[in-house]
Design a protein around this ligand. Structure first.
Ligand SMILES: NC(=O)C1=CN([C@@H]2O[C@H](COP(=O)(O)OP(=O)(O)OC[C@H]3O[C@@H](n4cnc5c(N)ncnc54)[C@H](O)[C@@H]3O)[C@@H](O)[C@H]2O)C=CC1
Length: 424
């Protein structure tokens, strides 16, 4: 428990961390991985090299410090991080290691400004956050392992299907090697795979959206083959390995499904907006909606470069044709010479208010969106224009989230119960 003085100190140091937060976390990761190279396996090296992981930690720490006297408002952030941590097998014993390196990094970057009293206050604050996270993650792990068909950690699965969805996206059907029935999951969630690429020192863990509904026997994920941006940024190492080397009959290690990008329990109309590979979680959401809520209007909007990279084209057409509750609108930005307007796509160009507006369902629709950063920003300004309140917007970020700054009071009330329930 922090003293009042420590609470004051932590809040007062937010501006200093704001100024130096990214530098602190960069120093932190460097010293952490020097001392504990084994922890590299749970971090995507691309996110390390690009600084994205460091930025995410900095944003999370700042959000935490800013809310230190109103922790119930951090429920959304805690839930998102806990899902990621559980699926990455972050363990309670990792927290003191991280705490030690974080405090040393704060001391190193802030220099004399980091007095013993400040460091002690941050030590206490970090300890409190660690206790919250360990509590939430522990209950999630227990619930996962104890459910029928559940398991702890990673379990061997076999590839029983491999389907090309587009020039860049491939689906893998995975069946548990032990033949046990599989627990259900919520549409919109993802699976973690642990993969050993030959020649690399550690196994790597990656998350991929589930793209078929729960059936008790198999899971299906869909993976975009990422391209290397440069030799220093080994982007696409795992996805290329999966596309090229993971074949029928091969084994892969799989963690229980996780993730909080799931449908709200409501009957509101739904707008699903995806860009590129952001279509993957939308496929499960769409399939679930038509199977379970036949009266709920759904608008499916997808933006792709062109037909060659447009995954699930036929599937979405078939669902739209079979269910009058669904309307769709497809945007292509780099229309191919064989692409047909009205057949393959509806609009050439980027998603825009005047083109989407005529199709928007009446009433207080919920908006679910996922896509590359530019797409996400475009959708967010569209939703701002349409005055859609934040409690009807839901998004998924692949990789470390940059959205924690959005968490605050207006996004978190429902999830605050989660935090309260952990008895922090
Ligand atoms: N939520 C997330 O974190 C997601 C991240 N990504 C990342 O983004 C990268 C690119 O994904 P791809 O599937 O190759 O997408 P892409 O580059 O093929 O773009 C798909 C579509 O998104 C739209 N879009 C892109 N930039 C836009 C902008 N500035 N304004 C408005 N619309 C825009 C365009 O309509 C484009 O056709 C991936 O490598 C992936 O790592 C992709 C999807 C989801």
């Amino acid at each position: 428990m922090l003293t009042d003085r420590q609470l004051e100190i932590v809040k007062a140091t937010v501006p200093a961390l704001q100024a130096h937060g990214a530098a602190i976390t960069r120093v932190f990761y460097t010293s952490l991985f020097e001392a504990h190279p084994e922890l590299l396996n749970i971090f995507n090296p691309v996110n390390q090299a690009s600084g994205r992981q460091a930025d995410t930690l900095a944003v999370s720490i700042l959000a935490y410090a800013a809310h230190i006297d109103r922790l119930e408002q951090l429920g959304g952030m805690v839930g998102q991080i806990a899902h990621k941590h559980v699926s990455l097998e972050v363990l309670p014993e990792h927290y003191p290691i991280v705490g030690q390196h974080l405090l040393s990094a704060i001391a190193a970057v802030l220099g004399d400004a980091a007095t013993p009293e400040i460091l002690e206050a941050w030590g206490a604050a970090y300890g409190q956050l660690a206790d919250i996270m360990i509590g939430v993650e522990g209950s999630m792990k227990r619930a996962g392992a104890e459910q029928p068909g559940g398991w702890a950690g990673f379990k061997p699965f076999v590839v029983t299907g491999k389907t090309t969805e587009s020039q860049v996206i491939t689906s893998f059907e995975l069946t548990p090697q032990d033949g046990q029935p599989l627990p259900p999951f919520q549409p919109g969630q993802y699976l973690s795979l642990q993969v050993q690429v030959p020649g690399r020192p550690t196994r790597q863990i990656r998350q991929y959206s589930l793209t078929a509904l729960p059936n008790g026997q198999t899971y299906r994920i869909s993976v975009k083959r990422e391209r290397a941006a440069s030799a220093e940024l080994p982007h696409g190492l795992i996805s290329t390995h999966l596309h090229e080397e993971l074949n029928m009959g091969d084994q892969v290690l799989v963690h229980l499904p996780a993730g909080e990008f799931v449908l709200q329990d409501s009957n509101r109309p739904v707008v699903l907006l995806s860009g590129g590979v952001g279509i993957t979680p939308m496929i499960s959401l769409l399939d679930h909606l038509v199977a379970k809520n036949p009266t709920r209007p759904v608008l499916f909007v997808h933006a792709a470069l062109n037909r060659e990279v447009h995954a699930f084209h036929d599937h979405v057409n078939a669902v739209t044709a079979a269910h009058s509750q669904v309307q769709k609108q497809i945007y292509y930005t780099e229309v191919g010479i064989h692409d047909q307007l009205g057949v393959d796509y509806d609009i050439a160009g980027l998603i825009r208010r005047n083109t989407i507006s005529p199709l928007l369902p009446e009433g207080d629709a919920e908006y679910y969106y996922c896509g590359p950063a530019g797409f996400t920003h475009a959708v967010e300004s569209l939703l701002d224009d349409l005055k859609v309140p934040t409690d009807r917007r839901f998004t998924e970020t692949f990789g470390p989230s940059r959205t924690f700054t959005l968490l605050a009071a207006d996004r978190a009330p429902a999830q605050a119960h989660e935090l309260a329930a952990t008895g922090r």
